[in-house]
Design a protein around this ligand. Structure first.
Ligand SMILES: [Zn+2]
Ligand SMILES: [Zn+2]
Length: 264
């Protein structure tokens, strides 16, 4: 009898991954090149390396700042943006600057077909927050995502902020409350608006449910991009009005405003 080739019963997981890759190679959703040796499903290791955490950012609003500006800021404790704004949240923690590959990723996760990328980036933001010296996950009772208007939800049924929030909450082991915050009215997309238009466009556009539970609770709001800060400011304001004791913000990317896109 010819002895049968003995195949190990349990192959390491990465071997299965390599076998599947031979038949169905994974393609990076950002650069369209095959994904080789990457733990993540959606983007290649080169694109992953190009999305890096912001090194020097405002401690209050997380705006990525030139080094000289951050040195000056230590004396005043207020960045260019914070000087002009009284935020209703305490701190914003934004993982990366909205530029280059990170901006491409931030635009991609708005598409439902890139939901797995949103999940991976949410996990990445969660892990980064765990390592962040100024962040303490024990301070928060709940994670809440920036909600969509119900009409948008009916037609699209996908909210990238919610997917990010689910993965951030999972990493930090904080309960998520998806529907405590809601949109009171329809707001047009913010992408092409100026700062003033954004602020007036979202003013008083959030409301809260479960006010009894909100009173005295501490929240981490999660959004995909913070640009003018108007959306997270208004969402925080609604929670604050309902009696929340603390509100901070976490996001994947921070727009660079006057240092970059002049529209924002
Ligand atoms: Zn790539
Ligand atoms: Zn600031």
């Amino acid at each position: 009898m010819i002895p049968l080739l003995k195949i190990p019963y349990k192959l390491p997981k990465r071997w299965y991954r390599h076998l599947i890759d031979l038949v169905y190679p994974r393609i990076c959703v950002l650069c369209s090149k095959p994904i080789v040796d990457s733990e993540q499903e959606s983007i290649c290791s080169r694109c992953q390396m190009e999305i890096t955490p912001t090194e020097s950012g405002c401690l209050r609003c997380s705006a990525p700042l030139p080094t000289v500006h951050s040195i000056l800021m230590e004396a005043t404790a207020k960045c260019f943006y914070c000087e002009r704004r009284k935020w209703s949240f305490r701190h914003a923690y934004c993982y990366t600057a909205y530029a280059g590959t990170a901006a491409q990723a931030a635009r991609k996760i708005k598409q439902q077909s890139c939901e797995s990328l949103a999940m991976e980036l949410g996990t990445r933001v969660g892990k980064w927050l765990q390592r962040h010296e100024a962040f303490d996950s024990k301070l928060y009772d709940f994670v809440v995502p920036i909600p969509q208007h119900w009409l948008r939800r009916v037609t699209i049924r996908y909210n990238q902020a919610e997917v990010l929030a689910e993965n951030v909450a999972c990493e930090l082991a904080i309960p998520i409350r998806r529907h405590w915050l809601y949109r009171t009215r329809w707001t047009d997309k913010q992408g092409t608006k100026t700062i003033v238009e954004r602020r007036t466009g979202v003013k008083d556009s959030f409301g809260c449910k479960q006010k009894k539970e909100i009173k005295g609770a501490k929240f981490l709001i999660v959004d995909d991009i913070v640009t003018s800060g108007a959306t997270v400011h208004e969402a925080s304001r609604a929670l604050r009005k309902a009696g929340a004791a603390r509100i901070d913000v976490a996001a994947f990317a921070r727009g660079v405003g006057a240092f970059g896109n002049r529209k924002t």
